[in-house]
Design a protein around this ligand. Structure first.
Ligand SMILES: [Zn+2]
Length: 91
């Protein structure tokens, strides 16, 4: 296991993302840690159900290392930012 990996979950934990983030079309601007423990890393736009993709937590982290700042985000909380260069705002 990568000792630099900031999340307490295992790197191969399945998380939700959207096709836009996965394709590199848009950055992750909305992150939710749901009450059932699932993480969502989305672009912040509206989505159809078919836009949802399941990937590993590690692959999302590799895509954008700044997501490591959200490793402490507790269940039932979410974070947003206006662009990839902005600070995260926590809810
Ligand atoms: Zn999207």
């Amino acid at each position: 296991m990568d000792e630099m990996f900031p999340f307490s979950e295992a790197p191969d934990t399945a998380v939700f993302t959207c096709c836009h983030v996965l394709s590199g079309e848009r950055p992750v601007l909305y992150v939710s840690h749901d009450e059932d423990g699932y993480w969502q890393f989305l672009c912040g736009e509206d989505h159809e159900e078919s836009d949802a993709k399941l990937v590993s937590l590690h692959s999302i982290y590799l895509l954008d290392n700044s997501l490591g700042q959200l490793a402490e985000l507790e269940c039932c909380h979410s974070a947003e930012r206006d662009s990839a260069d902005d600070e995260w705002k926590f809810w």
